[in-house]
Design a binder for this molecule. Structure first.
Ligand code: MIC
Ligand code: SF4
Length: 644
């Protein structure tokens, strides 16, 4: 039987397990990426494994999230730790200023047909060139760097069949926003989203990457495009034609579901606060006053995206509206360099755009927090409440075309009103200069890893006891994000300091949560649907573990977060009957007994509500490996036990 692209990639990297949908399989990882905010922890864990050198084909450590190095030594110390560690262990180091990991990796390192594991949820960006690119927790990436396989549930494969061509002023972001509207933020869980159809060839690699990038917001395992002539052209323009291989679905390939999108029928779209799937047509909310416009992030920071904005401003002789603060963050040094050489940058500056460095910046709450109740239009991928740094800020997600129209008029505007569309052609040659990527040391024995005082020891997890007892410390609703659990922004600098970062847990919902949890000696968290969506930050499991959280009981979980909870020995359990969620209140005393036999047999566990005197059933759905991991108290204990 024929295979689709996703199946070819997974099956071609299979180490063990049966390639059958729903079964756990292990695959080899060719490349890994980390970024500074998740990297420190990933490397501390890698070090703890005692492997002298990474065993992957390529591992790159990027610094792109917390590049500002403000308010003290912490960030700069972390960066120095990352650089020295990379040098010692055979890892390439992309210096702050070189760009956002996903954009740079797509440009300079991604290889069609290979697997990529990244400690960042937007790693699927490289699916735009036909990689199997998956986001995971830092610990999973550490294991992969040590040569271990990555475990995943063999996914369903959804075909998004693209037809035709996009109309002027409609771009790749509108495609993924439309898919989000259709599928919602949990519609992709357990699936790989594969793109096909005659519309694929009309999309350039950066456009494809915008689409695969934001597949993360669907909760999908990853998203992937075939590797075709367009991919080859892109790699050639990056001086990397030699890594190109063709990758396409067999003619008789099967899919679990198919979604058709007629590109020519799409209109400019926008996601409203506070979820990426609250999508409508721009024309439906035209006229709303806008306070801020931010162009950039790993979703929309390519040369094409920047040039569209620059050209619109230049051609119309426009200035940024006096009541709008507009920022532009190019995705990489390559993009910034090319913009400066072709005057694209000058036109942005002339129009009044504020130029930020090639980094995540406002996307991770590093600057540009909107004013009180302010409206911010961003070309980013996440608009979760509070992520911008302003609790009542209203963040909308849109294309560069929609962003620039709002920057000009000061209100949400359908960009089709702007007249002739400045179609940007892909350059035949990109400017290639990898001087900001530091190769690993030739003689690692000469490298000393430098650790500042902000780098604290990894907290230890304990083996799971047979029974757990404690209070519900917090009861939450649906779609709780990892930004709710462990916020970024000003807390980012404590990513390598778990005791301090733990003070941030649920702080936007209950500022006293950490004190409460510690005083109670830990307890339970109760969640709704899709608990832990969003960022891959394993701190959202590590910090609750530090505070003594024993189990999270929810209606359903997001993939990466569920894996992270298992990695750190916290039990993720789901209600057998979702209605039982209603019967449990904040503060109720809960008890789980007979855990070991229940986990090993795969059967349900009885959850006793001691306060209400009622029982209900909860389940886990763990693979045998996950059962062993959780019983051992997490992956580090498990791998040490297994001697890997
Ligand atoms: C994000 O977009 O939320 C981040 C910051 O890139 C995260 C990683 C992190 O929290 O460090 C992600 O998407 O995984
Ligand atoms: Fe950086 Fe934002 Fe992309 Fe996360 S989503 S990697 S913070 S640009």
């Amino acid at each position: 039987m024929g295979k689709n692209v996703a199946q070819k990639l997974i099956d071609g990297h299979l180490v063990s397990g049966e390639p059958r949908q729903g079964a756990e399989v292990n695959i080899t990882i060719d490349q890994t990426i980390t970024q500074d905010a998740t990297g420190t922890m990933a490397y501390l864990q890698f070090e703890a494994m005692g492997v002298p050198k990474v065993k992957t084909k390529l591992s790159v450590s990027y610094v792109d999230h917390n590049t500002l190095q403000y308010g003290g030594f912490e960030n700069a110390d972390d960066h120095r730790f990352l650089q020295t560690l990379a040098s010692k262990y055979g890892i390439y180091f992309s210096r702050p200023g070189n760009g956002i990991c996903h954009q740079v990796h797509l440009e300079r390192f991604g290889v069609p047909g290979q697997t990529l594991l990244g400690s960042d949820s937007h790693t699927p960006t490289c699916g735009g060139i036909g990689m199997l690119a998956i986001g995971a927790g830092g610990l999973d990436v550490a294991v992969a760097m040590g040569g271990g396989p990555f475990s995943l549930t063999y996914p369903k494969v959804t075909l998004v069949r693209l037809k035709g061509k996009l109309k002027p002023w409609v771009s790749a972001k509108d495609v993924i926003l439309e898919i989000l509207r259709k599928m919602t933020v949990k519609g992709g869980v357990g699936k790989v989203i594969e793109y096909g159809g005659d519309g694929v060839k009309s999309l350039s690699v950066p456009e494809r990457a915008t689409i695969t990038n934001m597949g993360a917001e669907l909760g999908a395992t990853t998203s992937v495009f075939p590797s075709d002539g367009v991919t080859k052209e892109f790699l050639k323009a990056q001086d990397r034609e030699n890594v190109w291989v063709e990758l396409k679905a067999d003619d008789d390939a099967k899919y679990d579901e198919t979604i058709e999108i007629d590109l020519a029928k799409l209109e400019p779209m926008i996601a409203k606060p506070h979820m990426p799937d609250v999508v409508c047509k721009v024309s439906e909310i035209e006229g709303m006053k806008v306070d801020q416009v931010c162009v950039g992030s790993c979703t929309n920071s390519s040369f094409r995206d920047m040039m569209v904005v620059s050209e619109v401003l230049k051609k119309g002789g426009f200035k940024v509206h006096p009541e709008v603060s507009m920022t532009v963050s190019p995705g990489s040094k390559q993009v910034l360099d090319m913009l400066s050489l072709n005057k694209g940058l000058a036109h942005l500056i002339e129009a009044g755009a504020r130029i930020l460095e090639a980094a995540c910046g406002p996307c991770i709450g590093n600057g540009q927090s909107p004013p009180s109740a302010g409206v911010s239009l961003r070309t980013f991928n996440r608009n979760f409440e509070g992520r911008s740094g302003t609790k009542d800020g209203k963040v909308f997600l849109c294309s560069p075309e929609v962003a620039v129209a709002a920057a000009i008029y000061g209100v949400i505007t359908d960009p089709r009103k702007l007249g002739k569309y400045p179609k940007v052609k892909m350059p035949a040659k990109f400017l290639v200069d990898d001087s900001m990527v530091v190769p690993p040391a030739k003689d690692p024995s000469k490298v000393t890893i430098t650790r500042g005082p902000n780098i604290k020891e990894l907290p230890k997890a304990h083996a799971l006891p047979d029974g757990l007892k404690g209070k519900v410390l917090i009861k939450l609703g649906d779609n709780i994000t990892t930004d709710h659990i462990t916020p970024a922004g000003t807390w980012l600098k404590y990513r390598s300091n778990v005791p301090k970062y733990s003070e941030s847990v649920f702080s936007a919902i209950d500022p006293k949560f950490h004190e409460k949890a510690k005083a109670a000696g830990g307890g339970f968290v109760l969640g709704g649907e899709n608990y832990g969506q969003g960022s891959s930050r394993e701190h959202a499991a590590l910090c609750p573990m530090y505070l003594g959280i024993k189990a999270v009981i929810a209606k359903s979980f997001a993939r990466i977060h569920k894996d992270n909870l298992v990695n750190f020995g916290i039990l993720p359990l789901t209600f057998e009957n979702s209605a039982d969620y209603d019967a449990v209140a904040d503060g109720d005393e809960l008890e789980l007994a007979g855990l070991k036999p229940a986990l090993s047999s795969g059967g349900p566990v009885t959850l006793r509500n001691v306060t209400k005197g009622k029982d209900c059933k909860v389940k886990h759905g763990f693979s045998p490996r996950q059962v062993e991991t959780i019983l051992a108290g997490g992956t580090l204990n498990y791998t040490t036990m297994k001697g890997r």
